[in-house]
Design a protein around this ligand. Structure first.
Ligand SMILES: [Zn+2]
Length: 468
């Protein structure tokens, strides 16, 4: 398996540090609202990476966090539940959106049971410990509004700040502006802990004789949640490209200050999903959630397929036309998958070995899903569509191949059932009517099936049905 590692800017052979066990951490959602389809696309790629690692024989421990305390969650919880105590309001808001998130990602085919979810508010003790250590080792300092990490001290200890990207005025300027309001020694210094403002939820924290009752900064939450679950260094850290700086850079700094150099061995980042070629934003009116897609009658798995048609390191483009095409493609694949219920007994045989090997090969080289999809379409679906039936001799290898596709891609091609005995009977009766040249009856039976969502076409090998 090869993966592009942001730390080295290279596509490298992936080797877990401990035998066949992979430890992977993914930055999860900030649970203050519904997530948009851009965020969802990131979780499709993460799920596909986990599937691919597992399919290659590795055991994967995958942790994803919920950021359930930060500026946005606090602000929204106080707005939505002004009558509740701040801690209760926060809990109510974040639990609700965490549940919605889990439903959304399950809808788009992610295997939520293969991921362990951790909550920032359950990790406060570990966060206080890390901040205390950083303070005692002189990497952190206290101000009126919180505790900050000192980039200067970190650098003076021989460490590099700017491991994931080369820092320039341009690529750090937006983060600098956001930080200007803070009282700190150096413009890049970031908050490890923020002292409570009136009416905010807060956790007790005494450091060096100061009462710092308040809440953790965002970056330190991920440093603690990842290492508490996985140890340090762990194998893979994932996130969107917008997490590279400052979030992941800051995670590296606070996790390696006064310690070994390595926090995570591979950093894997996905590119943004654009909508109509533009960055998604509420002001451009191109901001969609999964609910919007479902309300228009699209299958959430068509969205998954659309996402995977693009490589995770390329910007992909959501348009309704693209989603429509993806839904048609998915429908076509399902129709082919339904051939397994109606094999034809003759001497022909089709081998799926080559296409199966090709799909694995593409996916295992930095998750090349676009090439895998192209191969599935041309060397598998088109061929079977042309033949129009599945020979009995090929049924086992066909199902093995579909199982592999479902394992790797999560499109649920094997989820459909056979048609029911009554429907099968109608097909038999229709054939009899045709043999007797009773076209009226044959048409009537065809229409009956159509009403039940089943279409029949007549081939040299008998009638073959598909779902409409
Ligand atoms: Zn994170």
């Amino acid at each position: 398996m090869k993966l592009h590692n942001t730390l080295t800017r290279q596509t490298e052979e992936f080797n877990p540090q401990s035998n066949d066990n992979v430890r992977m951490y993914s930055c999860g959602p900030t649970v203050y609202d519904h997530i948009h389809i851009g965020n969802l696309s990131a979780y499709v790629y993460v799920d596909t990476l986990r599937r691919t690692l597992q399919a290659s024989g590795l055991n994967v421990r995958h942790i994803m966090n919920f950021t359930d305390v930060d500026d946005k969650t606090i602000k929204r919880s106080l707005e939505n539940y002004p009558d509740l105590a701040p801690e209760e309001a926060l809990k109510k808001l974040t639990t609700n959106y965490a549940d919605i998130f889990l439903n959304d990602i399950a809808d788009i085919g992610n295997d939520v049971f293969s991921t362990e979810f951790v909550y920032a508010t359950n990790s406060i003790e570990g966060i206080r410990q890390l901040i205390t250590e950083l303070f005692e080792d002189d990497f952190a300092y206290i101000t009126d509004d919180g505790v900050y990490f000192s980039i200067e001290k970190y650098r003076a200890s021989g460490k590099k700040y700017g491991q994931l990207l080369t820092l320039t005025e341009e690529n750090t300027s937006s983060a600098r502006i956001a930080n200007d309001e803070y009282d700190k020694d150096y413009v890049h210094d970031f908050a490890l802990w923020k002292v409570k403002k009136a009416g905010e939820p807060a956790w007790q924290f005494d450091l060096d004789g100061h009462d710092l009752t308040g809440r953790p900064g965002w970056h330190v939450e991920c440093s603690v949640m990842s290492v508490q679950s996985l140890g340090q260094p762990f194998d893979i850290h994932t996130g969107g490209v917008d997490n590279i700086f400052p979030h992941h850079e800051n995670e590296i700094a606070q996790s390696t200050a006064g310690k070994g150099n390595l926090y995570a061995k591979y950093f894997v980042h996905n590119e943004h999903l654009l909508v109509d070629g533009k960055k998604m934003s509420k002001s451009l009116n191109n901001f969609y959630r999964l609910q919007d897609i479902k309300e228009k009658g699209y299958d959430p798995l068509a969205f998954r397929l659309m996402v995977l048609q693009s490589h995770y390191r390329s910007q992909s483009n959501f348009t309704w036309e693209n989603l429509d095409a993806a839904q048609t493609r998915l429908q076509g694949w399902r129709t082919v998958a339904d051939l397994r219920w109606q094999v034809v007994d003759n001497d022909s045989e089709i081998s799926f070995d080559n296409v199966s090997a090709a799909v694995t090969e593409y996916i295992e080289v930095d998750l090349n899903t676009p090439m895998a999809f192209a191969t599935i379409s041309t060397e598998f679906m088109d061929e079977l569509n042309e033949l129009g039936y599945l020979p009995n001799n090929s049924k086992k290898s066909f199902i093995d191949f579909l199982t592999k596709l479902d394992t790797l891609l999560g499109l649920g091609l094997l989820d459909s059932n056979d048609i029911n005995p009554q429907q099968k009977n109608i097909i038999v009766e229709r054939q009899k009517a045709r043999d007797a040249k009773d076209w009226a009856k044959s048409d009537e039976l065809r229409d009956q099936l159509k009403e039940q969502g089943v279409e029949v076409r007549d081939t040299d090998h008998g009638p073959i049905w598909s779902r409409i």
